[in-house]
Design a protein around this ligand. Structure first.
Ligand code: ADP
Ligand code: MG
Length: 234
């Protein structure tokens, strides 16, 4: 599903900052993996490269057999829409659109009619227990509800992989647990490859494979417990 060979990335804002220093990584279809490391270690940079939101300077990245290198923004957007779902710490919902419209958004970009995309959005909200919240704005939802809306939005275009950057970073322990359980269920039931960036041990422990990153290098790959702690994760 994902193959990285010797990926390097330097930011050139001011003095050059060599953030990724030779990442080799392979993630198979259907894996439930986490990327763990201290703040500033390069986790988001790596996830943004995986999500074709950013480019890299050296090495090769294959996504689903396609070499992601020197591709146009149009092609990158097309691959993102077709293959990848994103979940962020800060939810990234559009504040003036209701839950249903937020979930339906990826289908808008695919040219699906309003009637059809809203009907599908309601189906996904229903799956995530949010049917009654469909017409509420993000500001009227709790953190856990917002993240569930974001998960529904990620799922609606049937991605092959979901990339989640600190998905529980803004949530309390119990809500984090619920969100991790949903991601696990999605992984199991739909076979979607899941890559979760976190700096929380409890979150990493609930995945099957923990990729430890330190100063832009993969330090260790550890087998996770794959169980979601009964007593929350923080
Ligand atoms: P993490 O997600 O592990 O906290 P990041 O990948 O966000 O780490 O950042 C790694 C390093 O790169 C940090 O020192 C950060 O300040 C720097 N950095 C991140 N994004 C940019 C950018 N767009 N321009 C310049 N420096 C950046
Ligand atoms: Mg980060």
């Amino acid at each position: 599903m994902i193959e990285l060979h010797n990926i390097h990335k330097t930011y050139n804002a001011g003095s050059p900052l060599h953030v990724l220093k030779g990442i080799d990584l392979s993630i198979a279809k259907g894996e439930f993996a986490s990327i763990m490391g201290a703040s500033g270690s390069g986790k988001s940079t790596l996830l943004n490269i995986l999500g074709i939101l950013d480019t890299y300077d050296e090495g090769d990245y294959y996504l689903s057999g396609t070499l992601i290198k020197n591709i146009s923004e149009t092609r990158a957007a097309e691959l993102r829409n077709r293959l990848i779902g994103f979940i962020f710490q800060s939810f990234n919902l559009i504040s003036f659109k209701n839950a249903m419209e937020n979930v339906a958004l990826p289908l808008f970009y695919q040219g699906v009619s309003r009637k059809k995309r809203n009907a599908l959005a309601l189906e996904y909200l229903d799956k995530l227990g949010l049917r009654e919240w469909a017409h509420h704005l993000p500001s009227e939802l709790s953190g856990g509800q917002k993240q569930r809306v974001a998960i529904a939005r990620a799922l609606i275009s049937h991605p092959q992989v979901i990339l989640a950057d600190e998905p529980t970073g803004a949530l309390d322990s119990q809500t984090s647990r619920e969100v991790m359980q949903i991601l696990r269920d999605v992984n199991k039931n739909d076979g979607i490859t899941m890559i979760i960036v976190t700096h929380e041990r409890g979150v990493a422990d609930s995945t099957d494979k923990i990729i430890h990153i330190c100063d832009g290098i993969i330090e260790e790959i550890e087998q996770g417990k794959g169980v979601i702690a009964e007593d929350g994760m923080k």
